[in-house]
Design a protein around this ligand. Structure first.
Ligand code: ATP
Ligand code: MG
Length: 566
């Protein structure tokens, strides 16, 4: 896939919209909507739909996109989710401009439409139990059977439906069904349920209602009421379309065009809200915003930029075939953005003390360091250098194998922005653990180059021990260890594929003193280590960083290999 494809060639949905605008099909109007059910937090799959719906509206003159909460099920929905969803959509960079709607605001109108269908002999009250209803429904290969209540008179149906609304009947005792065709090869058309009795409080309508519309009945109507032109939804709703068409045509109301596209699936990720909720409820992650979660708030806390998510959505494009996108592509888009925008700083995750024996005790120098080699305007900063330093434990080996070019006994390396140092001695504790290195430095190499032109094979990051701040680093890996988390053995579920090493906490890291005032959400590149951001748990006393992503980019390799094979 070429990064520029989606900007030069229209995807099939945008092509439909462009054609409709050209032919003036909707009087030139383009109205889309993003219709989340407030029963969980948004995830990266929703971001695809948000970018598509808000994107199309923005690209077309006068185009509008509504944010509509599909809050027709009182049992699983909560106001908490509504606020979180609004925040996430805004953070992703989109604006509904006052067009905030709730399906529950249309309950009265929906009720009236139901009465209209009953009066037209197109809907009836059915007293079958759920089990009986299943029996009458038939199967994929066998037609269903008409239920004994199907031929109730209009008057009886109106009376019963009114009494359902008035709360005269217990939950589950009756439903309102559309009278369509019990023999239809499309099971959705076999007299689907439109209303069920639920004596439940709704987060917005309180106890006003005790009958609630089903998704299939409500969804198309909501789009119609809002005069949506293009109802964009995921492929599972393709065979619900004939039902939505039937409802709207029987009612004779505005009839948007439904267009289905393939939902986003990501490797090493589960995307269903039900499963994500399970992880939260069972305490398998820290919450909806755990930085390992594919939720928008999780990605944000992890350090993702909204720009990188929008870019990812552009790259994956829109099509009609279900497939799984490599999570490496999402991380590639992230690195691409962070590389341009993140200030570089030095941090040491696993500190190893280094004493420069020929450096004067008590002396401190301020050395100049580049803030971002990708952005000259980011300028430079001063980093303190002194006799006692920290380097990364893994940057030293007592017996280096071939190709290990970093520090080793007797070997000279460069400390970034500072000096060449040579290791002269290794200090160990009683158990044989290396606790300190003794080194010498060459004062002539200040800034990092030798005037005599001698070369070293590696450059290490470092910190002045007395100046460095202590910090905690949370290193994340994929939440699941299998590419397809749902690929499980008998009797197991997706949770058996959780990656036991998805979080490693390092509590005695060190960072540059310049990070002392870093605010939650600020992003940095820790030189040679990866991109990190300040976690909301961070405080003046205790800095906490999340590793957003490492520096190595497997996707770039995959792309290179693909080019070679062409
Ligand atoms: P889930 O299956 O994760 O619970 P959902 O479809 O039930 O998701 P909704 O709140 O109904 O969640 O989704 C709002 C909108 O987001 C819908 O229009 C839906 O098509 C879209 N959407 C949900 N998941 C994805 C996905 N993985 N890729 C693309 N669009 C998605
Ligand atoms: Mg849904």
């Amino acid at each position: 896939m070429n990064a520029n494809d989606s900007t030069t060639r229209l995807d099939f949905i945008r092509a439909i919209v462009a054609e409709d605008t050209k032919t003036n099909k909707w009087d030139g109007r383009v109205v889309t909507r993003f219709p989340p059910e407030p029963n969980g937090y948004l995830h990266i799959g929703h971001a695809k739909s948000i970018c598509l719906n808000f994107g199309i509206a923005a690209e077309n003159e006068g185009g509008l996109c509504n944010l509509r909460f599909d809050d027709t099920n009182p049992i699983k929905e909560e106001g908490e989710y509504v606020e979180a969803i609004k925040e996430d959509v805004r953070w992703l960079g989109f604006d509904w401009g006052g067009r905030l709607y709730f399906g529950s605001d249309y309950f009265e109108q929906m009720y009236d439409c139901a009465v209209q269908l009953i009066k037209a002999g197109k809907a009836y009250v059915c007293d079958l139990s759920p089990d009986q209803m299943r029996e009458f429904r038939g199967t994929l290969t066998e037609p269903g059977e008409n239920c004994p209540y199907r031929d109730r008179s209009v008057d009886e149906n109106i009376d019963l439906f009114e009494r359902m609304r008035a709360g005269e009947f217990p939950a589950g005792s009756r439903v309102l069904r559309a009278k369509i065709d019990m023999a239809s090869p499309n099971l959705n058309l076999r007299d689907p349920v439109m209303y069920r009795i639920l004596h439940a409080e709704h987060h917005r309508t309180g106890d006003k209602w005790c009958i609630y519309p089903t998704y299939d009945w409500a969804h198309g109507l909501e789009d119609s009421i809002e005069k949506i032109t293009h109802s964009i939804c995921t492929l599972e709703f393709e065979n619900h379309r004939p039902l939505y068409d039937w409802f709207l045509d029987e009612l004779g109301v505005h009839h948007p065009q439904q267009i289905e596209f393939a939902r986003l699936n990501l490797s090493y990720t589960v995307m269903s809200k039900r499963k994500l909720q399970q992880l939260v409820q069972e305490g398998l992650v820290g919450g909806w915003d755990d930085p390992r979660m594919p939720t928008i708030c999780g990605l944000r806390r992890r350090g993702y930029t909204s720009e990188s998510i929008r870019n990812f959505c552009k790259r994956i494009g829109v099509n009609k075939f279900n497939s799984t996108v490599d999570i490496a592509l999402l991380e590639h888009c992230l690195r691409e953005d962070l590389n341009k925008t993140s200030p570089r700083v030095m941090a040491v995750l696993r500190p190893l003390k280094v004493v420069i024996e020929n450096y004067p005790e008590g002396q401190v120098e301020e050395l100049e360091a580049v803030n971002n080699p990708e952005d000259a305007s980011a300028g430079t900063r001063k980093v303190p250098f002194s006799r006692e330093l920290y380097i990364e434990q893994e940057d030293f080996m007592e017996e280096p194998p071939k190709k290990f070019y970093r520090l080793a006994p007797g070997r000279e390396v460069r400390l970034r922005y500072a000096y060449f140092i040579t290791c002269t001695d290794v200090v160990k504790d009683d158990s044989g653990q290396i606790v300190e290195l003794r080194c010498t430095y060459d004062p002539a190499t200040r800034g990092g180059d030798a005037p005599d032109g001698r070369k070293v094979k590696s450059t290490l990051h470092w910190l002045s021990a007395a100046h460095a701040l202590e910090a905690e680093a949370r290193l994340y890996d994929h939440l699941f260890s299998k590419e397809d988390p749902d690929d499980v053995g008998q009797g197991e579920d997706f949770k058996s594929n959780l990656n036991p090493d998805s979080l490693e906490i390092l509590s005695s890291c060190r960072v540059e003193p310049s990070l002392g005032q870093a605010k939650p959400g600020s992003r940095y590149q820790f030189e040679r280590l990866g991109y990190f951001c300040v976690d909301p748990d961070s405080s003046g006393e205790r800095l906490v960083f999340n590793r957003t992503v490492t520096l190595r980019d497997p996707w770039a390799k995959i792309q290179k290999a693909q080019k070679k094979n062409k």
